[in-house]
Design a protein around this ligand. Structure first.
Ligand SMILES: Cc1ncc(COP(=O)(O)O)c(C=O)c1O
Length: 424
């Protein structure tokens, strides 16, 4: 991490004048909060809780509608296939995309690996460069190191060019400017950082790398948090998880910009997949290229009610709620004795954020603090958070908030910290 250069003019999300959310009504939609009313769930960047509509959709599939999708002529099978296409349309609506430009995967990790294997393996040659940031999530970085290994076995050498993050938590654009070259073919980046909770400035990065370098954007922490618009973003690949946007586990999305679709080759082939004789593959065949085999039908079906929940709540209102909560949390934490904020809203002085703050306190290791909080029914993430080159410096408690979290919960959290660490 480069600490010498201070990032210019950071502008984290500031609460806008959107209509306020009725959090009590939102919480009532989530069965877990009726059953575990004492729980403070502050680990939403790992996975979100599920609204009743999502739980019911999964129960409905396994309880009364279980069948493989589109493989057979009976009605249940066609219904499952139609349901998957309904989910595709809903998710497409959420990210302002065409349904045919996105495929379902098993999660963001599979989506990000698919970019490396379906695009990278097919398009990168000797001497080509890929830029990654080792402070990003492993799932965004390691697929490129793995591809480098695979290509080495094929006698080709690609170069991985690292870029850095400022001390305040956004990318150090200078290191991108210095790293990009005529051989750069792709840059892998986060949309909102999963530990630092910063918007990583994709527009600036597009300007620096120019129109020809592919951008693979890890949107795991932005979809369902802020408006994500594929038409405005100007990226080539967009990856995210279903389970971090209120849907069932084992589902993710990979959106591929139309301009890149002719460059995609299948990674896995088999049932319902592409016919290998039909090369060259055409745009519009993404599903056949990348969705071979029986998918996680129940969870994919649950993507429709999950996306609908976000659309009905209003993603701007979610963003505004999260920004206000981030500010509130920062204001409450900042006066605790011995607190050390990680990069992000705790250091950048921004008036808002995206629901994520990481910190540690002098008195106690982060894992012990995690256990202590768990004993009070407060669920946070601790550790190095899957940062790909983490060291002891990267150990933080991460609080990650969602639409159902409240200022009152934050008050309780800070009271628990005060009572257990600083009083008596
Ligand atoms: C930024 C980011 N990328 C990728 C992933 C991997 O997501 P999944 O485990 O759903 O594949 C995560 C999960 O924590 C994440 O936060």
């Amino acid at each position: 991490m480069t600490s010498a250069v201070v990032a210019p003019l950071l502008v984290c999300a500031v609460p806008t004048e959107t209509e306020r959310i009725d959090v009590t009504a939102v919480r009532a939609l989530f069965p877990i909060f009726q059953k575990r009313s004492s729980y403070l769930f502050f680990d939403n960047a790992s996975t979100t809780q599920k609204p009743a509509s999502v739980v019911e959709s999964i129960q409905d599939y396994y309880g009364v509608n279980c069948s493989n999708a589109g493989r057979s002529s009976y009605r249940l099978s066609s219904q499952a296939a139609l349901g998957i296409e309904n989910s595709r349309r809903k998710v497409a609506e959420l990210i302002n995309a065409r349904p045919e430009d996105l495929v379902f995967t098993s999660g963001a990790t599979e989506s990000l690996n698919t970019v490396a294997l379906a695009w990278g393996l097919n398009n990168l040659g000797d001497g080509d460069q890929v830029m990654v940031c080792f402070q990003d999530h492993k799932s965004a970085v390691l697929p490129w190191l793995n591809l480098q290994r695979i290509l080495r076995g094929l006698g080709k050498s690609i170069e991985i060019v690292p870029f850095e993050i400022h001390d305040v938590g956004d990318y150090d654009l200078r290191t991108i400017r210095e790293g990009v070259s005529g051989r750069t073919r792709l840059i892998a980046m986060s949309h909102i950082h999963h530990v630092y909770g910063m918007d990583m400035e994709v527009k600036d990065i597009r300007e620096i790398v120019g129109p020809d370098v592919a951008i693979s954007l890890d949107a795991s922490q932005s979809v369902g948090h802020i408006p994500v618009d594929t038409k405005a973003l100007d990226v080539d690949f967009l990856s995210f998880s279903g389970h971090k946007m209120f849907a069932g586990n084992g589902t993710g999305v990979l959106w591929v910009n139309e301009r890149r679709q002719k460059e995609i080759a299948p990674v896995k082939v088999g049932g319902m997949g592409i016919n290998l004789e039909s090369t060259p593959w055409q745009t519009g065949e993404l599903r056949e290229l990348l969705e071979a085999g029986t998918p996680n039908i129940a969870s994919i079906l649950s993507m429709a009610p999950a996306a609908q929940f976000i659309l009905d709540t209003g993603v701007e209102r979610i963003a505004s709620h999260l920004s206000g909560l981030t500010r509130y949390l920062y204001d409450k934490l900042k006066d605790l004795p011995g607190i050390e904020f990680g990069p992000g809203p705790g250091r950048c002085g921004c008036p808002g954020g995206y629901g994520i703050i990481s910190f540690r306190v002098e008195e106690i290791s982060v894992s012990d603090l995690g256990f202590l909080l768990d004993s009070e029914d407060i669920l946070v993430r601790t550790g190095d958070h899957c940062v790909s080159k983490a060291n002891s410096e990267d150990q933080y408690v991460r609080v990650s908030l969602q639409i159902y979290n409240t200022e009152a919960e934050i008050d309780t959290f800070v009271d628990v910290l005060n009572e257990n660490l600083f009083e008596g």
